[in-house]
Design a protein around this ligand. Structure first.
Ligand SMILES: Cc1cc2nc3c(=O)[nH]c(=O)nc-3n(C[C@H](O)[C@H](O)[C@H](O)COP(=O)(O)O)c2cc1C
Length: 189
């Protein structure tokens, strides 16, 4: 189905896929703003609304983000998930969180806003994919992203989300199936 603002929520959720190839077509600032406006309605711990969205269009910055992501990619993921495509995305949104407003829930707040951002992008006809801006057990990736984007120490990067009009249709994916996931009253029930 053609993506549009008239998509139902069900269609948006079921139709969203990770897109890693983009058309050479500008993404209008107004469209980015609409998507970030939707993402800003995400629930947050104690309603802190701690997000900062850094909108990156500069070619050199995008190239450097791709290189930083590749440099910190775990060996076992390196072949299957190179981040080179980041450099070719028309826009990258760095979803960041202000620690002073996050109530010790920086990552949860950032990840949840990213989920809505991905859905909002799809509903507005844009492709995107989730990339982490931190590693769980090492500060190096987040520090390098922070240095590049000149984030003050109280602002933590959580995800890097490229946005662009899709230049690929991903193959259908196999779903695990709900019966494996749902348990009644107790695990295994
Ligand atoms: C926590 C998390 C980390 C991810 N990291 C990467 C990544 O480093 N590189 C990448 O290309 N995609 C990454 N993805 C996207 C997943 O590969 C993708 O969502 C998954 O394969 C399912 O495909 P779909 O999004 O098309 O449904 C990540 C997704 C999540 C939720």
């Amino acid at each position: 189905m053609e993506a549009s603002a008239a998509m139902t929520l069900d269609e948006t959720i079921r139709g969203r896929r990770s897109i890693r190839r983009y058309q050479h077509r500008e993404v209008p600032e107004a469209l980015v703003r609409e998507i970030l406006d939707l993402a800003s309605h995400t629930p947050s711990s104690m309603d802190g609304q701690p997000w900062c969205f850094v909108v990156i269009r500069n070619a050199d910055a995008k190239k450097r983000l791709a290189a930083i992501k590749n440099a910190h990619c775990p060996v076992e993921k390196r072949e299957q998930y190179p981040a080179d495509f980041l450099a070719a995305a028309p826009v990258i949104i760095a979803v960041c969180v202000d620690k002073r407003r996050a109530n010790d829930r920086e990552r949860e707040n950032g990840i949840l806003a990213t989920a809505l951002l991905l859905l909002a992008a799809h509903a507005r006809g844009l492709g995107s994919v989730y990339l982490s801006a931190y590693q769980p057990h090492s500060p190096a990736l987040a520090l390098e992203v922070g240095r590049l984007l000149e984030l003050p120490p109280e602002i933590e990067p959580v995800t890097l989300i490229p946005l662009g009009f899709a230049a690929e249709i991903p193959p259908p994916k196999t779903m695990r199936g709900l019966t494996e996931m749902i348990h009644h009253e107790r695990f295994g029930g």
